[in-house]
Design a protein around this ligand. Structure first.
Ligand code: HXC
Length: 519
């Protein structure tokens, strides 16, 4: 019978062996590729000394292709829970140094169990992916493992925030777990996500493309919109994830932590610089981010999708310490028009905020939906409808501020009163109308302009008449579509008053299984 000391020594020896992961050579190779190991990543993510590893001694059950003679430490994935910024988070990190972090039956079951634990604990789940995909030797058991994960990604969507850090190769079906999570982070030069890699693309499509072009961080951050954040190193990426977590509640049963960052910025602070931010010459533009920076606490906001659909801004920020999601048109890019990608970007963000009890503040300066065959053939009707659906469905506090233009269908889409804004404010220069004055006048006064001795002078005269009559906030306010007309300088203060009054808002919807958002 071994002594107690021997029992402990055996445990320590086993743990030490497992912590060596795939051994010194694969670890060296990992570092040479500018990648940290799974355990180094976990050390950076969690507050020191708080990570509890589960399933460390799990082994695979595969007997094919010599795998029965092979030990895969922790079966290629480190799982567990600990504290991030002093709040519990569950995590898995695939270990590429151990058989390429390939996913077999037990590897998958460790991940699935950790996801179940996160749901029971009601805390966020962070998945760090670095994998050669399904473990080829395990065949269909590996595919079933992926299915188990996708199923849980879906079941727990809207229950706990789910974050993927894609920090290495991630191919085939493996990309679908990230796609099912709320936020995808990538690292420039070392993470790749694609359904089929460059070799298959060449064979099937005769297209020559590099890993980076096909599925690198900027491809997914700027072109496909699959990823939300891009960083230059693993360490920065993990820091970015920790920063995002400060804005999120633990689960649907919780609210964002308003005490995380004690407010130092006065709720009564005015922003006089905003009184002149809207250019008087309609041909000049301004940057909506200047407005956001001016009104939020300490000028700080976190912007997912900052490289994608630049005509739409989505970001997290705080007002007097309260976390909000901001959705804003960007007039300095494509005049802030709504198109397919901007609609998808905004709708998904609104739905995330609503799912996790984060109030939404909408800043409106929008000329309309982008016309043309490219947009129509791409389904701008269906995609544009997503914003309407997302705002109408959202029951969190909704505050809208129209800074300038709000024309036509896009006026309705950008959280108008009709789709559920609780408080709608407008600046004195706001124009809520069916369309811009020039366009409107050219249609309804077409005959008068044609008959006039000086058509151009007539065009300007009738446009001015239309502008005075309709393109100001007072017509909309007289119809009750605007609650307050405020000076731009008071925007921060008025948002905080509205937000704090709405924090206990409760709005119910009739029971149904689920809606059918136009996907
Ligand atoms: C088993 C794998 C593996 C896999 C890598 N390895 N991928 N073992 N199954 N899927 C092993 C390698 O044999 C090697 O083992 C070690 O991991 C490191 O791999 P390398 O090839 O040396 O690394 P590198 O040169 O960096 O290349 C990385 C790679 C490449 C590009 C990811 O390994 C690769 O192409 N792997 C296969 C990718 C793939 O086709 N996966 C299946 C996708 S289909 P040793 O013993 O030498 O250290 C899929 C379906 C899921 O995932 C469907 C879900 C619905």
């Amino acid at each position: 019978m071994p002594t107690n000391e021997e029992f402990m020594a055996e445990l320590e020896a086993r743990e030490a062996k497992i912590k060596e992961m795939g051994g010194s050579e694969p670890v060296k190779k990992q570092h040479a590729q500018n990648k940290l190991t799974a355990r180094e990543r976990i050390d950076l993510l969690f507050d020191p000394g708080t990570f509890v590893e589960t399933g460390m001694h799990v082994k695979h059950h595969c007997h094919s292709f010599g795998l029965d003679k092979t030990e895969i430490p922790a079966d290629g994935v480190v799982t567990g829970y600990g504290k991030v910024n002093d709040r519990t988070v569950c995590c898995y990190a695939q270990d590429f140094t151990s058989r390429g972090g390939s996913l077999g039956e037990m590897h998958a079951s460790k991940i699935a169990r950790t996801m179940d634990l996160a749901a029971k604990m009601r805390v966020p789940m962070v998945g760090i992916q670095d994998t050669g995909g399904a473990r080829i030797q395990e065949g269909v058991s590996a595919l079933d493992g992926y299915g188990q994960i996708f199923h849980r990604n879906t079941l727990y969507s809207g229950i706990i925030p789910q974050i993927t850090l894609s920090m290495g190769p991630c191919a085939g079906g493996a990309v679908y777990s990230p796609a099912l999570t709320d936020w995808v982070f990538m690292v420039n030069g070392s993470s790749y996500m694609y359904v089929t890699g460059p070799d298959v693309v060449k064979a099937v499509m005769s297209e020559e493309v590099t890993h980076e072009q096909l599925g690198g961080a900027m491809t997914h951050n700027a072109k496909s919109g699959v990823a939300h954040f891009a960083y230059d190193s693993d360490a920065e990426c993990i820091e970015g994830c920790k920063h995002l977590l400060t804005y999120l509640p633990r689960s649907v049963y919780d609210k964002p932590d308003s005490t995380y960052q004690e407010p130092t910025d006065s709720p009564d602070r005015t922003c006089p610089e905003l009184d002149t931010i809207i250019p008087e010459d309609p041909r000049t533009v301004y940057d909506m981010k200047q407005i956001i920076r001016a009104i939020v606490d300490d000028g700080e906001f976190l912007e997912p999708h900052q490289h994608y659909a630049l005509n739409m801004i989505v970001c997290f920020a705080r007002f007097n310490g309260h976390v909000v999601g901001i959705i804003a048109n960007q007039p300095s890019y494509m005049a802030g028009v709504l198109d397919i990608n901007a609609s998808d970007k905004a709708a998904r963000f609104i739905r995330f905020c609503d799912a996790f009890n984060i109030p939404v503040v909408t800043l409106v300066d929008v000329p309309g939906y982008l016309p043309g065959t490219q947009q129509e053939f791409g389904g701008v009707i269906r995609h544009g409808a997503k914003i309407l659906s997302a705002y109408s469905e959202a029951t969190v506090p909704k505050i809208t501020i129209c800074t300038h233009k709000a024309y036509g269908g896009s006026e309705v889409s950008m959280c108008s009163r009709s789709v559920g804004a609780d408080i709608y404010m407008a600046w004195p220069c706001a124009e809520l109308a069916v369309m811009g004055a020039e366009g409107a006048a050219a249609i309804i006064f077409r005959r008068d302009i044609a008959k006039a001795p000086d058509p151009e002078a007539k065009r300007q005269e009738v446009a001015e008449l239309y502008r005075k009559t309709f393109n100001n906030p007072y017509v909309a306010a007289s119809g009750g579509y605007i609650d307050q007309i405020i000076k731009a300088r008071d925007t921060r203060r008025e948002i905080i008053v509205a937000l704090e009054s709405l924090l206990n808002k409760k709005e119910d919807r009739p029971w149904k299984k689920h809606g059918n958002i136009p996907l």
